[in-house]
Design a protein around this ligand. Sequence first.
Ligand SMILES: C[S@@+](CC[C@H](N)C(=O)[O-])C[C@H]1O[C@@H](n2cnc3c(N)ncnc32)[C@H](O)[C@@H]1O
Length: 287
Amino acid sequence: MNEEKTAKMNLSPDDFGLLQSLLSQRVGISLAAGKEYLVVNRLSPLVDSFQFDSLHGLIQSLERNADAALWDEVVDVLAVHETFFFRDHAPFQQLEKEIIPSICAEAEKSSRPIRIWSAGSSTGQEAYSIAILFCEIAPHLAKRVQIVGSDVSSKVLKAAAQGIYRKFEVSRGVSEERLDRFFDPHEGAWRVSSRIREMVEWKKFSLAGAWPLLPPFDLVLLRNVMVYFKPETREQILNRVVPVMNPTGRLVVGSAESLMSYEHPFQPVTSMNATYHVLPNKASSLS
Ligand SMILES: C[S@@+](CC[C@H](N)C(=O)[O-])C[C@H]1O[C@@H](n2cnc3c(N)ncnc32)[C@H](O)[C@@H]1O
């Protein structure tokens, strides 16, 4: 970088501190100390595209609440969107062999919709993996399955709704057989077939902000997203999930995430080398 460019992209400790608190308030994301280089790298292109004089100017504009498009871009470039189909073997084995069959058994007793929420869905692989499992396990119930995929980033949700994945992305988790059954070739890539896409609705909102009205879910996937929040925010979110779950609903968090340090009513159920969580009345019927 030349001198002028270096000055333009300078990130003072005050600006970093301000950005940390703005991100925490607005989206719950906690930006750890030591991530200054990441902020400079990721926000520098936005300084130019939104025509700010400097990184300082961009952060000041965020403080003044900026336009929604700038906030969208900032959240998009600073959030971690890593995901893949059928992510993590043990929880997906448990979903396939235990959780989804038991949701289907309950659903057989009524004609109500089966509702699933993939919270922090990123580009959609998690929600589509669940849709595929329902089609495999209980094709006759698939029409009743309503999946909500939500994320704070508009960009990932747009990609999720399109459902188009590069070869590299499908190679991470999708078997040949599933590729054949549930994807269509699309301009050198693969598109999730329309019957799978139709099972999912995409919603943009922050888990740390106001939530839209959500129906009671049979299964909530809150995987690999709370890791970016402060402990208080994690605890609040866990407790806000309770009223949007059916009494028999199941909560699945990321394989490396534990709910042990937080106050909440969930109880763990461990099987097949994985753990999911249920509300107390369900836990007593399982013991
Ligand atoms: C690492 S991805 C996890 C995707 C998927 N759940 C999985 O486990 O593969 C985390 C996602 O959470 C989203 N996210 C981060 N903060 C959020 C917030 N406050 N509200 C909703 N989504 C958020 C990010 O945009 C990102 O797409």
